[in-house]
Write a protein that binds this ligand. Structure first.
Ligand SMILES: Nc1ncnc2c1ncn2[C@@H]1O[C@H](COP(=O)(O)OP(=O)(O)OP(=O)(O)O)[C@@H](O)[C@H]1O
Length: 602
């Protein structure tokens, strides 16, 4: 899926969202950074009394004016001798605290980063599980997977970079303030030169977010390609698509690699070029300071030291900004994705408890169109009573599966109403309603877990219930062939089972749920007719409490139904028992005659 361009407002909104995540924790890290900066400043100004003490032969107190005077007062207050040894000791103590504080703030910042990644992933996954099926139809599950697994990882990197940016900015401001205090004119000159260099570099090198956006979109495509390759491996092999897929993969991975290298190269280039420039500029400043300004040795020492420390910080600042820009596209995409998920949540406005017993289900003039707007169901009206076996037949694409999707509320009607016991189904709590509906699809999902897990979906179920449904769904027939019986792992999407065995597992799973409505959407199509007939007979014998709706192309599947609806082009064109419909001599009779082989078909 192509993403629209990222606007500045969107970037700011994303950064704001990051800043609002755990604001107290973040505030604490920032306070620690500020403390680290102050301690660095104190450490730096320690150079004043140290140089002066060195010049005075060990005792700085003789000459204690200005900054040194402040240190003298502090030492007197603490009852410490104001000598070179104690000054160096003091500086060492300040540095120990300073670097301990920096360690703590960096550690907490990395904790925040990882924690933000966990938050983003969990939040996105929760929303993804609650999103509508039509959202999945539009977005594609591979994009959703990529957004949750990969994009969140890059996106969370932004939090650490933002904190590092703040740290670097504070340090820069502190060095600049000290330098300004010592030599205002020289500092202004240095600021102009450094500012000019920053401007130049940022206009010569491609912006971080442009390269970052290329990385993000290449990354998405890598994921799509690999997913197609792994999930569709059988068709890929059978249709000789390996080469084409690999060719595409190489192309995208090349783009990903070049963009990522460019991002790192630019980041390093900014750093290196800046450090070189700073070194050269500093020599110029030293020359100006010595030749034209009458600075004391201690002031000159501190000024130069501040400048030497400032240079790499400004370079670090630029790199941090570039890195943030590189990660911004991931962050913005992740936030967009989360917003889209939030906008596409399944409705939860139904407040009534769903009925424990469903006596009737009615479709009243129900029409439906998917997102593309084309009418798929047109004025469908039908009725299903408790204990009935209802069949739905019709040509491919007629709308049969859509009818039962509406019943399970995977989608809601565009027009008309579906009622259960006279109440519109939208008024029921969605989850409770779905507990009433057990659907078995033609191609059910089998979890890469044991047969037992696939039947119970993780619930505690007594063995006798397992055996009961296994008998009905004819699982017992192949159970002995499985090496560990119910505890056999069935492989990725049940790869170790045949199509018909997969269908039987899904059928048993549905029967075990004891839902009021059992919906079979081509659920036994992969079984031979004899096995299918036996399963259907057993299901029909389960009693009057079991309401069954079965969609089938093979008409023998629904031959025994209490009522059969024929659907054509989204409309119900006839209904009745098998006998009625044969008498009616309409579409059903026609399909029946084809399947019986009594007429030739083109
Ligand atoms: N998720 C979807 N988004 C858009 N259109 C869809 C979607 N699912 C189905 N359709 C369209 O709706 C129409 C009815 O599809 P449906 O699956 O209900 O038919 P069906 O009678 O069950 O077909 P089949 O017997 O082949 O399974 C088809 O034209 C199909 O292309």
């Amino acid at each position: 899926m192509t993403e629209p361009d990222i606007s500045t407002t969107e970037k700011l909104r994303s950064l704001q969202a990051v800043a609002h995540h755990r604001p107290v924790f973040m505030g604490f890290v920032l306070v620690l950074s500020l403390l680290g900066t102050l301690l660095e400043g104190i450490g730096l100004t320690f150079l004043f009394p140290i140089i002066e003490a060195a010049q005075a032969g060990g005792d700085a107190a003789q000459n204690a004016g200005g900054v040194t005077g402040l240190f003298l007062e502090a030492y007197l207050a603490l009852g410490l001798p104001f000598t070179l040894e104690f000054l160096i000791g003091g500086l060492a103590a300040v540095m120990v605290v300073r670097y301990s504080v920096t360690f703590l703030s960096s550690w907490l910042a990395s904790m925040l980063t990882v924690e933000y990644e966990r938050y983003l992933r969990t939040h996105a996954y929760e929303l993804a599980l609650g999103a509508t099926v039509s959202y999945y139809d539009d977005e594609g599950s591979d994009d959703i997977l990529n957004a949750i697994i990969t994009q969140t990882q890059y996106a969370s990197g932004a939090i650490q970079q933002i904190l590092s940016l703040v740290q670097q900015t504070l340090l820069c401001l502190m060095y600049a303030a000290i330098a300004l205090f010592i030599a205002p004119a020289l500092t202004v000159l240095a600021t102009v030169v450094f500012g000019g260099l920053t401007y130049l570099i940022r206009h010569v090198i491609e912006p971080g977010y442009t390269v970052g956006d290329r990385v993000a979109s290449a990354n998405e495509r890598v994921q799509e390609n690999v997913q197609a390759g792994t999930q569709g491996i059988r068709d890929i092999k059978l249709f000789g698509m390996t080469e084409h897929l690999l060719e595409e993969f190489h192309e995208i991975v090349d783009r990903y690699t070049t963009s990522r290298i460019a991002l790192y190269r630019n980041q390093i280039a900014i750093g290196s070029f800046y450090e070189l420039s700073v070194a050269i500029v500093l020599f110029g400043l030293i020359y100006v300071a010595i030749t034209y300004l009458a600075l004391s040795i201690s002031a000159l020492g501190v000024f130069l030291f501040a400048m030497f420390r400032l240079g790499p910080r400004i370079s670090g600042l630029n790199s941090a900004i570039y890195a943030i820009e590189g990660n911004l596209p991931h962050l913005v995409r992740t936030h967009r994705f989360v917003d889209r998920l939030a906008d596409n949540q399944e409705p939860d406005d139904g407040t009534r408890p769903a009925p424990d017993r469903i006596d009737t289900v009615e479709f009243d003039d129900v029409s439906f169109a998917y997102d593309d707007g084309e009418i798929v169901l047109d004025d469908i009206s039908l009725r299903i009573d408790r204990g009935e076996f209802v069949g739905i037949v019709g040509p491919s694409g007629a709308g049969k599966s859509t009818i039962v999707s509406l019943l399970a509320r995977t989608y809601d009607p565009t027009d008309g109403e579906i009622r259960a016991n006279g109440t519109p189904v939208e008024e029921f709590d969605l989850r409770e309603w779905r507990d009433n509906v057990a659907m078995v699809r033609q191609d059910p999902h089998i979890f890469n877990d044991t047969l037992r897990y696939n039947l119970t979906t993780g619930r505690d179920v007594p063995d006798r219930d397992l055996e009961r449904v296994s008998e009905v769904a004819q699982i017992a027939h192949f159970l002995d062939d499985l090496p560990a019986s119910y505890d056999t792992v069935l492989g990725d999407n049940g790869v170790k089972l045949s199509g018909g065995q997969r269908q039987r597992v899904a059928l048993a799973r549905a029967l075990l749920s004891d839902a009021e409505l059992l919906i079979l959407d081509e659920a036994t199509s992969d079984l031979d007719s004899d096995l299918e007939r036996r399963i259907h007979e057993t299901i029909e014998r389960l009693g009057d409490d079991r309401t069954v709706v079965a969609i089938a192309h093979r008409l023998s599947t629904v031959r025994g139904a209490d009522r059969i609806y024929t659907v054509e082009h989204g409309r119900i064109t006839e209904s009745g028992t098998h006998h009625d419909l044969i008498q009616n001599d309409g579409k059903y009779a026609h399909l029946h005659s084809i399947q019986d082989g009594s007429i030739e078909h083109a």
